[in-house]
Design a protein around this ligand. Structure first.
Ligand code: T4K
Length: 383
């Protein structure tokens, strides 16, 4: 019999710098008496991220959702935006808050990203952009998406909430499309407690984004557009600077954990490990499996519940599908029959515990539990 874990195992734990380093950083901030509005820490983090992520232009925000919302706003989009139903609600809510209508496109069954081959059929004269999500940090088919965008004169925005540090053949993920959003939420590989950023190509957007995230203020007494307050503060930025120092070490630990999962899950019928990029190309954000009930003998939901008995709290990211939200049900593109692969994935995908501090013995034990729960139906042969 396998005993339950003494401490709960969650899908992730935040990457925390040492408290002494954080205290030192906080002392600096306290002494400066400058807590927000483009302070010293903010500028330092912006510069360090520019070089870490290898991007030309970056703008920091107080969370990823507002970064995406205002990024979309800055591009003056109208009408319809083609996107994926298999994502966190924030992706489509950023469209809603811009008065844009999502047009849901089915997903690629391997990567679980928007299926680039299905986008063209959804383009109408109302389409102004494609909003792809690099789901679990694996890149969309960026070249195909760009060629469609070029053909129909569309903008391309990527929700790269999970894609911090992802590269495609050595090229930083943000070099594709017009704009990429990163989330720095506590649950992300790189965090600023809450936070986010936009990386973009067009230098002119810098000024506009600065206005949009700061009430449209062009000067102390000059308001030039209707903005919001979406600034990253000094405490967030200061913590980010400390977290950035330990990101590489965390990535190395996650590489070991991923390999351990791969070794121990190999050969279990009905369990597919989601395609994951390796080495410098990977964001090491999530470790995700797909459970095929026919072959494994148990459903994803059964496994999700069963593991709780062992104190293991997996997550059904991204359940429910965004296209099933009540306010989209009238949309043709949201209809179940138009999204067969997304409808399948949403019943099979499970995010497993994945963070640097997770011990390899714990990973082995989780895999052993999964092995023991295989329930292959034995079909009696009548001869
Ligand atoms: N686009 C995509 C594709 C996204 O996935 C997200 C966010 C966004 C946009 C929006 O970016 P942000 O505005 O958030 O920057 C979590 C995160 O809150 C969310 O950022 C993330 N995606 C989403 C996938 O996951 P929940 O509701 O699952 O979080 P929660 O609180 O249940 O945390 C998950 C587990 O993490 C907990 O069971 C335990 C652990 N945890 C969590 C927190 C907050 C800790 O150990 N410590 C903590 O402080 O959404």
């Amino acid at each position: 019999m396998i005993n339950k874990f003494y401490e709960p195992l969650y899908v992730t734990r935040p990457l925390l710098p040492g408290i002494e380093e954080v205290n030192k950083r906080m002392k600096e901030i306290w002494e400066s008496k400058w807590l927000t509005n483009n302070g010293v820490q903010h500028k330092k983090l912006e510069n360090e991220l520019k070089s870490y992520l290898d991007v030309e232009h970056i703008s920091l925000f107080n969370n990823g959702t507002l970064a995406l919302l205002l990024g979309l706003k800055s591009l003056d989009l109208t009408g319809e935006v083609i996107t994926t139903p298999f994502t966190f609600p924030a992706t489509v809510q950023a469209l809603d808050w811009n008065g844009l209508t999502p047009v849901f496109c089915d997903i690629d069954p391997d990567t679980l990203n928007i299926d680039a081959n299905k986008i063209e059929a959804l383009i109408t004269e109302k389409t102004s952009a494609i909003l792809g999500v690099h789901v679990f940090g694996n890149p969309c088919e960026v070249e195909k998406i760009q060629s469609l965008a070029d053909k129909y004169n569309l903008k391309v925005i990527y929700d790269g909430a999970h894609a911090f540090g992802t590269r495609i053949d050595g090229k930083p993920i943000s070099s594709f499309g017009d704009m990429t959003m990163f989330s720095f939420h506590a649950t992300k590989l790189f965090n600023t407690v809450e936070g986010g950023a936009l990386a973009f190509k067009d230098e002119k957007l810098n000024k506009k984004l600065n206005l949009l995230k700061n009430f449209g203020l062009a000067g102390p007494e000059e308001v030039v557009l209707s903005g919001l307050n979406a600034k990253m503060n000094e405490v967030q930025a200061g913590i980010g600077l400390e977290v950035l120092k330990i990101v590489e070490a965390e990535r190395a630990k996650r590489e070991v954990i991923r390999n351990t999962y791969e070794t121990y899950l190999a050969g279990i019928p009905g369990i597919r490990i989601l395609t994951g990029l390796k080495g410098e190309n990977s964001s090491y954000q999530y470790f995700v499996i797909e459970i095929d009930e026919e072959k494994y003998g148990r459903s994803r939901d059964w496994v999700h519940e069963e593991l709780k008995k062992y104190n293991v709290f997996t997550r059904r990211y991204f359940y429910p599908l965004c296209s099933d939200f009540g306010w989209y049900l009238h949309l043709e593109s949201a209809k179940t029959e138009n999204l067969p692969r997304a409808q399948k994935a949403v019943k099979q995908v499970l995010s497993m515990p994945y963070y640097g501090e997770l011990e390899t013995e714990s990973v082995e034990k989780i895999c052993t539990i999964l092995k023991e729960k295989i329930h292959v139906k034995v079909v009696a042969l009548n001869n």
